[in-house]
Design a protein around this ligand. Structure first.
Ligand code: CA
Length: 223
């Protein structure tokens, strides 16, 4: 897996890159926001983003990446920057580490965010979009169109439909959905799952698109 390190400090970036390489990751480095946008590619599996960059506010960069990519983003901030962390999470970052951080903690966080988001990312060979009965689920742009009209979905709602869209016609067990969408095995998220599915059905307006499979979970109708 390839990690894009966005960091203007050479010594920090080099140490990080060396550690991540030893931990089995491939790394790429960008010294500023412009280079980050240039180097972000379909093979980038996570972005480690330093918020203090020379050319652009890291939060703005985060937002910009989010307009076209669902790649996991971990922001790195100083201990005092609580507001920055909140702004970063609101701008679409998946997690953060506080400087100076232990690189082992960073690796654990990278593993957690990629586990959480990877099933939702199309990989080569996956379908980039699924079309069923006038509903288009675009896994790359992370949006759903009904009769070519975009539907406003929350992030979790999209995550749920994205997991189902990867296996049209297959009953996806509830525990698997909870694990992939909430990254937990805690079954009390079941109620939350039901509420999100009900909301999805209402917004998409195709009653039979997401079927309940009694005692198992949910299934997306086959085209
Ligand atoms: Ca910096």
């Amino acid at each position: 897996m390839r990690i894009l390190i966005v960091e203007d400090d050479d010594s920090v970036a080099e140490a990080l890159s060396a550690f991540l390489t030893r931990a089995g990751y491939a790394t790429a480095r960008a010294v500023d926001g412009a280079e980050a946008l240039e180097k972000l590619g379909s093979d980038t599996e996570a972005v480690l983003l330093d918020l203090g960059l020379p050319d652009i506010d890291g939060i703005d960069l985060c937002r910009r990446i989010r307009t076209h990519s669902g790649v996991p983003i971990i922001i790195a901030t100083a201990r005092s920057q609580v507001q920055e962390r909140i702004r970063g999470l609101r701008a679409g970052a998946d997690d953060f580490v506080v400087k100076p951080y232990d690189v082992r903690e960073l690796v654990a966080r990278i593993e957690a965010v990629t586990r959480r988001t990877h099933p939702l990312h199309p990989t080569p060979g996956d379908h980039a979009a699924v079309d069923i009965d006038g509903v288009r689920i675009d896994l790359v742009a992370r949006r759903v169109l009904v009769d070519e009209e975009p539907v406003e979905l929350t992030r979790k709602e999209f995550d749920i439909v994205a997991v189902l869209a990867r296996y049209p016609g297959v009953a996806v067990p509830r525990d698997r959905l909870i694990r992939e969408v909430w990254n937990t095995d805690w079954q009390s998220f079941g109620r939350s799952l039901e509420v999100h599915v009900a909301s999805l059905r209402r917004k998409i307006g195709r009653g039979d698109l997401i079927e309940t499979v009694r005692g198992v979970g949910y299934r997306l109708m086959e085209r």
